[in-house]
Every structure is written in C-alpha cells, then in structure tokens.
Design a protein around this ligand. Structure first.
Ligand code: FAD
Ligand code: UDP
Length: 380
C-alpha cells in the first residue's frame, strides 16, 4: 500500500464496488476535488440496485428496490441524480389461498378476524401474545402480533427466506415491519418514498458521471497492484473474503431470481406479492411495471427463490446469528487496524442495511475522512 499521506499516488481513493455505498462515497470525494478510481467485479454499475430495461419496463435485476428515508439530506442527495415518482409500496401476501394486506394493519386484522375497530384488533392480539422478553424472531413476532398472524404470515415465510426456524434468528429482522392500528397499507413509515423514474441504472450513471470506472475488475485478484494506485481504499465487498476467510466463512443468504416476460397487460395487479406458505418455493413475485405504471401489452414478472449462500453464490443477506456475529467482530477488529482501508456497506459491515442507511453511512464516513484530512493538513 502506498503510505498514507503520499500525495504522489495516482488516486486519492480506490473504491472497490460501485453499489450504493461505493458510488456515494466516490461522488462526494470527486465533488470535493479528490481523485477516485471505482472498480467492480461485476459487468454493470449499481450493485444490487441495478435495473435492466426489458420490453420498456425497468426490471429490478436483484429484487424489488423501493427507496425510502426520513433523512432530508439523504433524500436531497438522491434527488440530484433522478426524479423519483410517488410510488408507495403496499405488498399483498397470499397464505392458504387467501389474500392479506401488509404490513400488519387494520386491513390485515379485518381480513383475518373480521374485526372492525382498533380496540377489537388489540383485544384479539392481546389474547394470543407472547408475554416475556423476546429473545429470537419467533418470540418477537408472537409478542408483537400473536399466534394467528405468526402462524399464517410469518413462520413459514421466514423459514423459507432464511433457511432456518424463526427461533434461530435474531428478533431485529421482524422489527423492520410496521405494526399499525390504522387502515394504512404503506409498507414503510418514512417521510420520503419512491422509485427513480428511468430506473436505478440511469440514476447510477449520473451518480458516477465523470468518475473513472473499471468493470469486470476484481480487487482481490490483484490486491497489491490496486493498493499501489491510491492513498486509501474504500472496500465494499465481503469482509470475510477480504481476509481470505481465515477465521471462517460468514453465512449469507442467497437468492435466485427468475425473470419471465408474460404476454398480458397486468398479471397480478400489484408490484409485490408475498407467498407465505411453505409449499410455495418462492417468497415473492414482483411485477415491475407497477413500480412506474408503465403502459404496455406485456409484463415482466420475477420470482424470488431463497437459497443457501456458499462459495459460488451471490451473498445477499448477512445471517446475523450469534456465531456469525462473533466471527464478524473478530474480522472487524482486524479491519479497524488497517489504517489505509475503509470498510463500508452491507457486505463489509455484515449488516442488513436499506439503501438510505447505506447512503447515510457513506456520507458520514466521507465527512469523517474530511475532518481527518483537515487535521493532518493543520499539523503539516
Ligand atoms: P452492493 O450493492 O452489494 O454493492 C457492493 C459491490 O461491490 C457489488 O457490486 C460487488 O460486485 C462489488 N464487489 C464485491 N467484492 C468485490 C471485489 N473483490 N472487487 C470488485 N468489486 C467487488 N433496500 C431498500 O432501501 N429498499 C428495498 O426495497 C430493498 N430491497 C432489497 C431487496 C433485496 C432482494 C436485497 C438483497 C436488498 C434490498 N435492499 C433494499 C438493500 C439494498 O440492496 C442495499 O442497501 C444496497 O444495495 C447496499 O449497497 P452496497 O453498496 O453496500 O452493496
Ligand atoms: N416477513 C414475513 N412475512 C412477510 C414479509 C416479511 O414473515 O410476508 C418477515 C421475514 O422474516 C422477513 C422480514 O419480515 O425476512 C423482513 O421483511 P422485509 O419485507 O423487510 O424483507 P426484505 O425486503 O428485506 O427481504
């Protein structure tokens, strides 16, 4: 690695990964007059937010991506690169041949129990709640919504999604979902929400405009060479891979996406439908045209099949079990000792992070980099 502070390096930052973390960081650094090289081992930009155009429809290559945030600075930053539409995510769930509203709200309670008022719904839930301190996802779900909703909409979906029983999963996963006693099917509580008009790939083209980019380029295949190019490295790949898995592999949950073009104008009437029964092998079907209300005679549907992670699979979801978390903490300690490298994003932080969280984390990290640089300049 070129010594930190060496002003003769070709780049100030080598950014490994042009997903949302790397691209945000590179944009901010470039705007501040710093020289960045962004590389990605994939053949496209945008990481998991990538979209492709099929039949005039922007297909979310790696599953539905709905941008939402309550952070005005993050929202303003994203607006620089795309106009967002007013899409509000309101997925439906199918279980036992019946259709339910998500997230869990008065519509769901009415569909399940025919209750009409919030008080009736609360009484119903209270009569079947788990009353202790929840220590896993099952107890957390039972404590929030009781046995009927857990058994119908959560237990088997979660087991499919994560490949393990909800008792073996951390409680925080289910805390993501809002629980409301109003007739409001908005999946998110955030102030701002939408889909970038024109797709995420167009957004990333603007986000990365004017920044040197090399695709099909694996940092770990020639680390010494890449380290020699820059003063500092922003690494957004898997942290265990960075260290050659020498403390063991961290578990990730993977997915297969099957994209199909169907000769019909409207196949399922909604962008996202969840399938909560164990007998259905996929968790969700996405009908992409509904994200942007595209008028066309055909539609593109994606089935999302959860899979075990492994050496040759794309890692999507960190599995934050206590064992994995322990191993990750050891990797993190080692990463923190490498002063030339910044480890950021979902794979490096081994954390379930939504897009707005990733943008905010990259913004904060760049801000602290600037403070460090200002301090170093002051001591010269
Ligand atoms: P990534 O997008 O994974 O980018 C990392 C990049 O680094 C990748 O392009 C990878 O190829 C590259 N890379 C890794 N190793 C190397 C290497 N050795 N050399 C070169 N390049 C390398 N968030 C929301 O806010 N709303 C949603 O609706 C939503 N839906 C989601 C649905 C699914 C199915 C999934 C899996 C996630 C979803 N997310 C959603 C989360 C969102 O995808 C992440 O927050 C975001 O993509 C993380 O960005 P990142 O830059 O950290 O990681
Ligand atoms: N979940 C569920 N049933 C559903 C939707 C979600 O049990 O119909 C649970 C499941 O454990 C999932 C978690 O809630 O992993 C978070 O759901 P979310 O829709 O936020 O998942 P993501 O979009 O991140 O895959």
């Amino acid at each position: 690695m070129t010594p930190e502070g060496d002003r003769h390096s070709r780049y100030d930052y080598l950014v490994v990964g042009c997903g949302l973390y790397g691209s945000t960081f590179a944009r901010l650094a470039t705007d501040a007059g710093l020289r960045c090289l962004v590389i990605d081992k994939r053949d496209h930009i945008g990481g998991n937010c990538h979209t492709t155009s099929r039949e005039g429809i922007h297909v979310h290559t790696y599953g539905a991506h709905i941008f939402h945030t309550s952070n005005s600075a993050v929202w303003a930053f994203m607006q620089r690169f795309a106009a967002f539409n007013n899409y509000v995510n309101s997925p439906k769930a199918i279980a036992g041949g019946k259709l339910y509203s998500l997230p869990f709200n008065m519509n769901t309670f009415h569909e399940l129990w025919q209750v009409i008022t919030p008080e009736q719904a609360r009484l119903k839930i209270d009569s079947q709640r788990f009353r202790g301190e929840p220590s896993n996802l099952e107890e957390q779900a039972l404590s929030l919504v009781g046995t009927d909703i857990y058994n119908t909409l959560i237990r088997d979906y979660t087991a499919k999604q994560w490949g393990r029983h909800p008792r073996e999963l951390p409680a925080f996963i289910i805390k993501r979902l809002p629980l409301r006693f109003t007739f409001n099917n908005n999946y998110f509580n955030d102030r701002y929400q939408g889909i970038p008009i024109g797709g995420y790939t167009a957004l990333f083209e603007k986000l990365l405009s004017g920044i040197e980019l090399r695709l099909n380029t694996d940092y770990l295949a020639d680390r010494a060479h890449f380290d020699g190019l820059a003063r500092r490295v922003v690494y957004t790949g898997c942290i265990d891979e960075f260290f050659g898995h020498d403390l063991g592999r961290l578990d990730y949950r993977s997915l297969d996406f099957e994209h199909t073009v169907i000769e019909t104008e409207n196949h399922q009437g909604n962008a996202v439908i969840n399938y909560c029964d164990a007998s259905v092998p996929y968790t969700r079907t996405i009908e992409h045209k509904h994200f942007e209300s595209v008028p066309s005679d055909v539609t593109v549907l994606t089935h999302e099949f959860p899979r075990d992670g492994g050496a040759n699979r794309i890692p999507y979801y960190p599995v934050n079990s206590p064992d994995n978390q322990r191993t990750f903490n050891l990797y993190r300690q080692r990463a923190e000792a490498i002063s030339t490298h910044i480890f950021g994003g979902r794979l490096s932080e081994y954390k379930y992070m939504d897009m707005h969280v990733v943008v905010e984390a990259a913004m904060n990290r760049f801000r602290s980099e600037q403070k460090l640089a200002a301090r170093a300049d002051a001591t010269i």
